[in-house]
Design a protein around this ligand. Structure first.
Ligand SMILES: *[C@@H]1O[C@H](CO)[C@@H](O)[C@H](O)[C@H]1NC(C)=O
Ligand SMILES: *[C@@H]1O[C@H](CO)[C@@H](O)[C@H](O)[C@H]1NC(C)=O
Ligand SMILES: *[C@@H]1O[C@H](CO)[C@@H](O)[C@H](O)[C@H]1NC(C)=O
Ligand SMILES: *[C@@H]1O[C@H](CO)[C@@H](O)[C@H](O)[C@H]1NC(C)=O
Ligand SMILES: *[C@@H]1O[C@H](CO)[C@@H](O)[C@H](O)[C@H]1NC(C)=O
Ligand SMILES: *[C@@H]1O[C@H](CO)[C@@H](O)[C@H](O)[C@H]1NC(C)=O
Ligand SMILES: *[C@@H]1O[C@H](CO)[C@@H](O)[C@H](O)[C@H]1NC(C)=O
Ligand SMILES: *[C@@H]1O[C@H](CO)[C@@H](O)[C@H](O)[C@H]1NC(C)=O
Ligand SMILES: *[C@@H]1O[C@H](CO)[C@@H](O)[C@H](O)[C@H]1NC(C)=O
Ligand SMILES: *[C@@H]1O[C@H](CO)[C@@H](O)[C@H](O)[C@H]1NC(C)=O
Length: 729
């Protein structure tokens, strides 16, 4: 009776003072749930013995990475898990997370995810509520698409047969963000397990198999900050026949950060896209995927937005330098294409292919008079200059001639020496070292004109000072080369210089010192990515080629990637640090290498919030402004303009929720320029009579003195609400 009167009077006042802005309170909001259909066959935590309400089954802080609750204990022998009917604790992680690839085996944890939306309606106390005393949202769905899985329709006694339902499932909310406005409540009544986390902290703990239980949360007691975005994580399980009830009441206004193209809050698109059917490009060389969940397109063009990613060969790696085979688009089979190593010039011959390095060649420039280098396709031969380097470390002795002998290699022969066939015993030829000039000194005839009777073919005539014969070996016999053994046939006078051949492999004999020197160039395998050196075994004088991957490409900068191309040699490219997941950005820090930092997402406008989501990366969604009085007003966000900064405003709901009526009168009175105190008094008197007016007046305190566009809404103990309305809480 009272209520009717108020409404009548109220409408008079409204007529009298007109309201400038009309914002209607949302009559309903969606509650998006991802359901995980479970089956007792695959998870024996479902349909166990009847149980009781069990507190502390789960940890009081939500795991931020996995985003799902975790059990406090992981043994099925602890009292809490026994009471909570967690028979297989290791399967708890599949209550709220997909496990669709699990094998079709008892207790494998196999589940079946489905997305549903519940609509919550506004009641007359400004609560959104969802009430369903027969909560069976997935009958005939999930596992139960298969009739063989539709068991458990009766209660245990079987004496009261009940209709079929799909009982076993868990659910979690997906539109889980909200802007805290400073007054919200959340209340749940139902069975079985319910856990609610706000800001990752457990605030509703109704674990276990139980009959309907109730728990209310007053968000003002949680130390939340007004206008800040929070996450509410709601977890619910129906684990046992034969009842399923749920009632949720809340003033929280839920937000979904993004919808996939199927319209599912935070969905992955799979509810309207089957990759095998909708994305098949009939190319057996690609794997086909549905579009990214955040892709924006007309659903009619679904196929055009599918993703096709090349399959990788299974028998060889994608970077195998010896096999560049590809997938045959006709057959879908990988056909090898073995690299043929063709020598780039006649100095090289193909040796083998290395899967990492590519072709390796053998150096054909390996005879004693080759330097090992190849110039314009030909082996470089040792000229006098190279022999000077080799024999005398680059310091030429002008009294010698340097050359390379194909049998022994570099040698030097004296410049000023008489030839045996024109040998004149009365002449001494000497060499002037600095200039290399030959000088003849003639010996007096009595000292050189002697008679030699029995010279062999390997001797030349020479005399002692007394005129007797002193036979000398032919000058060409001695070649001054320690790498040869010199000999002369006395009968024929044939001179031979036989190489000692003591230096083998890549070692060669030094024509001056007679030592075995290593020649690295002889080990060159034609691959610029290997360092080839010659190592001599001092006891055997064998020069053994050793080939090691080159290290000279690495210049030590951690932010460069050094690589080597067998033909081009060293390459350096800046290091790319790929991002980890969607929200950790990789960056190369000199001296440290790849480092990761959270991706910063920037909002495009004042009225957008940007966040990073692991599934899709940066997302932007509508910013909700907390109004001064959340029960009676809407927060209105205004983007920045050229002249004004972005801002949040509060606007009264119209029509006003019942609990707000007095306040609304006052507020509009302010707008209309009516004396505030008078209007308030009038409003309070009209609505509540003397008692109400007194109560209201007593509650005002000093706040009336504050000058503010909405004086009643600011730090008012009764929240500016109808003073005679008392909340049921
Ligand atoms: C699998 O579980 C079902 C009940 O869920 C049971 O009837 C069946 O015997 C089990 N099979 C095996 C191999 O344990
Ligand atoms: C959170 O979950 C992740 C992945 O499931 C796990 O690796 C990590 O150890 C968990 N963190 C804590 C604090 O339990
Ligand atoms: C507890 O776990 C053990 C090993 O996983 C299993 O053998 C046993 O049956 C379980 N107990 C209950 C009550 O389920
Ligand atoms: C792919 O395989 C088919 C059938 O074996 C063959 O005719 C065709 O030449 C192959 N295509 C290529 C590019 O190798
Ligand atoms: C095999 O690889 C070579 C060089 O990588 C390429 O030129 C040739 O076209 C390839 N052959 C086939 C059949 O793909
Ligand atoms: C030294 O004697 C040889 C042989 O008789 C002759 O060919 C040469 O020209 C002479 N050299 C000088 C510098 O006189
Ligand atoms: C050397 O001796 C021979 C005979 O004994 C003589 O014929 C010749 O003229 C002499 N030569 C010189 C340069 O004296
Ligand atoms: C060097 O050669 C000797 C003789 O052939 C052999 O016994 C020894 O093992 C070799 N040393 C090395 C390091 O190869
Ligand atoms: C040459 O060196 C390799 C290792 O670098 C070794 O395995 C091989 O036995 C050596 N050959 C000789 C003859 O010393
Ligand atoms: C603010 O601007 C963004 C970007 O232009 C737009 O998407 C959004 O809807 C605007 N919001 C309001 C409340 O005007």
């Amino acid at each position: 009776m009272m209520k009717k009167t108020f409404i009548f009077l109220y409408s008079c006042v409204v007529l009298f003072i007109s309201v400038s802005l009309a914002v209607e309170q949302k009559k309903s909001q969606d509650f998006n749930l991802r359901i995980f259909d479970q089956h007792p066959k695959y998870n024996n935590n479902f349909e166990p013995e009847n149980g009781v309400l069990t507190l502390n089954l789960v940890k009081s802080i939500l795991n931020e990475t996995s985003g799902v609750p975790e059990l406090n204990t992981m043994s099925n022998l602890t009292t809490v898990n026994k009471n909570g009917r967690i028979y297989s604790p290791e399967l708890f992680k599949y209550f709220f997370a997909p496990n669709t690839d699990a094998p079709d085996k008892n207790n494998s944890g196999l589940n079946y995810p489905l997305d549903i939306t519940l609509t919550m309606n506004l009641d007359d106390k400004s609560n959104y509520f969802y009430d369903n005393q027969e909560f069976f949202p997935i009958d005939y769905k999930g596992f139960d698409e298969n009739p063989d899985f539709r068991n458990f329709h009766d209660d245990e006694s079987n004496s009261f047969p009940k209709p079929y339902h799909n009982y076993h499932f868990c659910a979690k909310i997906t539109n889980s963000r909200f802007t805290y406005k400073g007054f919200e409540t959340f209340r749940f009544i139902g069975d079985d397990d319910v856990w609610v986390f706000i800001d990752r902290k457990l605030v509703v703990d109704l674990g276990g198999l139980h009959t309907a239980q109730e728990k209310a949360v007053d968000l003002t007691k949680l130390g939340l900050v007004i206008n800040k975005l929070y996450v509410i994580d709601f977890f619910y399980c129906e684990r046992h026949t034969s009842r399923s009830t749920i009632r949720i009441e809340t003033t929280i206004e839920l937000q979904c950060p993004w919808y996939d193209y199927c319209g599912v809050c935070q969905g992955n698109g799979l509810s309207c896209c089957n990759p095998a059917k909708d994305c098949d490009d009939s190319n057996p060389c690609t794997n086909d995927y549905c579009p990214e969940p955040t892709a924006v397109f007309n659903i009619k063009n679904l196929a055009d937005n599918c993703r096709h990613i090349d399959r990788l060969p299974t028998d060889w790696t994608i970077d195998d330098k010896c096999n560049t085979g590809k997938c045959n688009v006709t057959t879908g089979k990988f056909e090898p294409n073995i690299t043929k190593c063709i020598a780039p010039n006649s100095c090289k011959a193909a040796d083998h292919c290395d899967s990492g390095l590519g072709c390796i060649f053998k150096n054909l420039c390996s005879d004693v008079c080759s330097t090992g280098a190849c110039i314009e396709g030909k082996c470089e031969t040792k000229n006098s200059k190279i022999c000077i380097d080799e024999l005398d470390k680059g310091v030429e002795d002008k009294c010698y001639q340097y050359s390379c002998d194909p049998t022994v290699g570099c040698k030097k022969t004296p410049k000023c020496q008489q030839k045996s066939d024109s040998y004149n015993p009365c002449l001494v030829v000497s060499c002037d070292a600095p200039t290399g000039q030959c000088k003849n000194t003639t010996i007096p005839p009595n000292e050189c004109n002697c008679t030699c009777n029995s010279l062999t073919k390997c001797q030349v005539r020479s005399c002692n000072s007394d005129g007797s014969c002193k036979p000398l070996p032919l000058p060409e016999i001695e070649d001054n080369n320690p790498c040869t053994i010199d000999s002369c046939d006395d009968a024929t006078g044939t001179i031979t210089h036989t190489p000692t051949n003591k230096c083998t492999g890549c070692s060669i004999c030094n024509g001056v010192t007679g030592n075995c020197d290593p020649i690295d160039k002889k080990c060159d395998d034609g691959n610029r990515c290997s360092t080839d050196i010659c190592i001599i075994n001092k006891s055997s004088n064998f020069g053994n080629c050793s080939s090691k991957p080159t290290t000279e490409c690495d210049k030590g900068d951690t932010c460069m990637v050094y690589s080597c191309d067998t033909e081009k040699g060293c390459l350096a490219t800046p290091r790319v640090c790929p991002s980890k997941g969607k929200c950790q950005v990789g960056k190369c820090v000199p001296g440290k290498g790849c480092q990761y930092e959270p991706r910063v997402c920037k909002a495009d406008a004042f009225c957008l919030i940007a966040e990073c989501d692991e599934t899709v990366g940066c997302i932007q969604f509508e910013k909700k402004c907390a109004p001064d009085n959340g029960r009676c007003q809407a927060g209105i966000c205004k983007n920045a303009t050229d002249t004004e900064e972005g801002q949040c405003d509060s606007v009264d709901f119209d029509p006003k929720p019942f609990i707000c009526k007095t306040a609304a009168v006052v507020s509009t009175a302010v707008v209309a320029g009516v004396v505030v105190a008078g209007a308030v008094a009038l409003g309070a008197a009209i609505f509540a009579g003397k008692k109400g007016y007194d109560a209201w007046k007593a509650s005002q305190g000093v706040t009336m003195a504050t000058s503010n566009a909405n004086p009643l809404y600011e730090s008012n103990p009764s929240g500016g609400e109808n003073p005679i309305y008392t909340s049921p809480n």
